[in-house]
Design a protein. Structure first.
Length: 203
């Protein structure tokens, strides 16, 4: 309706903002999901909902933010990733983790768009955030054409322990998701080994 009935746009937004203050977390969660559909095209109109949703006291609305950022970022990456970037170093570790998880889907087809943002989290002091970072790297690396881009970017990271964990996750993912991965686990290991050997020779 928001896209098809331009005249209804302000009314729809007013209703969403009003419902967003509902004490029932399921209502707030549904508002975020609806805002996510609008944000696929008109992110600026609903960004306030995501600013507030990140801080919701209940985990369900916060999870809805993650899901919405995933689907918005996939098709409307410009404003969504610019918005996400401002939260990468937020004082709340859960917000940092949610943002890291939320930008994942864009990376499955365009890892170059999110790898610079992920890199900013490589020294995060919270293990839960770093674990999510490793998970996201694994999730984007098994898609077609993505592993070589991930490997090239990881070469510029300054946290060897994090990179090592990411490479281990990439190898494991190629086994866990072997029915969906672009490469077999053996092919992924060979690519990793060949890439790092070649890089060392160049140095």
């Amino acid at each position: 309706m928001y896209s098809d009935e331009v005249a209804l746009g302000p009314v729809i937004l007013e209703m969403l903002f009003e419902l967003f203050s509902d004490p029932n977390f399921k209502v707030r969660q549904t508002v975020i999901n609806a805002a996510g559909e609008i944000g696929k095209t008109y992110f600026e109109e609903v960004r306030t909902i995501f600013d507030e949703g990140l801080k919701d006291p209940h985990h369900s609305p916060r999870n809805a933010v993650i899901g919405s950022v995933k689907k918005m970022g996939e098709v409307n990456p410009g404003p969504v990733l610019t918005w996400a970037k401002q939260y990468l170093h937020h004082e709340d570790k859960e917000i940092r983790r949610e943002i890291c998880h939320g930008i994942e889907l864009r990376g499955r087809k365009h890892p170059e768009d999110i790898l610079p943002l992920l890199q900013e989290l490589q020294h995060d002091p919270t293990a839960r955030v770093r674990n999510t970072l490793v998970h996201v790297i694994g999730q984007i690396a098994y898609k077609k054409g993505c592993l070589i881009k991930v490997l090239a970017h990881l070469k510029n990271w300054q946290n060897p322990a994090l990179v090592e964990a990411a490479l281990a996750e990439i190898i494991d993912v190629h086994d866990r998701y072997r029915n969906f991965a672009a490469l077999t686990q053996v092919e992924a290991i060979k690519l990793i080994d060949d890439y790092y050997v070649d890089q060392k020779r160049k140095c």
